[in-house]
Write a protein that binds this ligand. Sequence first.
Ligand code: PLP
Length: 398
Amino acid sequence: MSVLAIDGGRPAHPGPWPQWPPAPAPDQRALLEEVVASGAWGSTSGPLCDRFANRFAAAHGVEHGVALTNGTLALFVALQAAGIGPGDEVVVPGYTFIACATSVLLAGATPVIADVDPDHLHLSGETLEAAVGERTRAVMVVHLAGSPAPMRELTEVAAREGLVVVEDAAQAHGARYRDAPVGSLGDMGTFSFQSSKAMTAGEGGLVVSRDRELADRAWSLCNVGRERGGAWYHHATVGWNLRMTEFQAALLLPWLDRLDDEIAARERFARAFARSLDDAGIGAAVLPDPEGTTRSSHHLLMVDLGDDVDRSWAAAALAAEGVPVDLGYPALGSVEAVARHARVLPTPGLGARAERTVWLRQPMLMAAEDDAAQAGEAFARVLGDRRATGVSLQSRSR
Ligand SMILES: *Cc1c(COP(=O)(O)O)cnc(C)c1O
């Protein structure tokens, strides 16, 4: 058995991982320069934000899109457009980014922090149903890690309970469920273009909907309460300036043409990595996608380390092997800052899985299949060491 890198051995993956974002492509540079030269830097004077929003929406199976500043405010705008406000409750999954709860608070509503299914850490029909109360008006479904949430059971419960469905697809550009793109499965979908996401302009967000009225309201909220095509100083409702800039749209518009190839690259990495984990037979496994997944966009790879693993030691040993992993989200209900303003439900499903899970982040997934095999080898070495569990694999299997 080779010496672990944490003990001074040669790392399983000695080389670097890809940078994110990738170097700007010629079409991005050209468009960006065009915007700079034109002087039309904002969407009130330039055409690119609208063009991008429309093309992005069409690529996600719906007619209407509104580009804005970031994904957090996209969630806020979607909720406001749907009429969610003070006195209303919105169910959010207990395992997600904090923006899911804070966007609800920004809208003046109360987040209900629900449990997730331990198999894939998504909201399920069952955990949603258990969270619905008298005042519950909406559910924020999160397509976590690029993996579409189990929408059939979720929309069934939502329809029965009369809930608005907002899809948070901040991590799932281009993902598909039962052949339909995410963002087209609920009432409204939201996306993020923050630096870590699959398409990025440093910051940015987008709301999509097939419903023209909801989209018009979202547009108005982002444009100081104006009406599309209306007079400049006519403000039909209270709104804000939440507009994306033309610089952001110039970086994002060409990206639509290569998103599919990039998802395919991550898919190849994910397959090769999962295969090498399975071959190693060490009890670690990539979390499966819910039934009905047509395409995960593989924003993150969530890996269950197995029973009784000392996760901090394993993460340190993996980092030494050249395979840095992330420990993932704390349970949302344990974040005091939002929990004190939320209705927090027990989360046994989350508790059973999240603390034995680590993430491989998106830039790593853009690497080659050989790199994936080396990453799998690093997991095999580290989890095969008795310090990973305090007991040797042999005595465990006895
Ligand atoms: C990134 C992210 C957001 C927030 O997007 P920002 O553009 O950073 O505001 C919301 N939800 C999820 C699940 C995210 O990953």
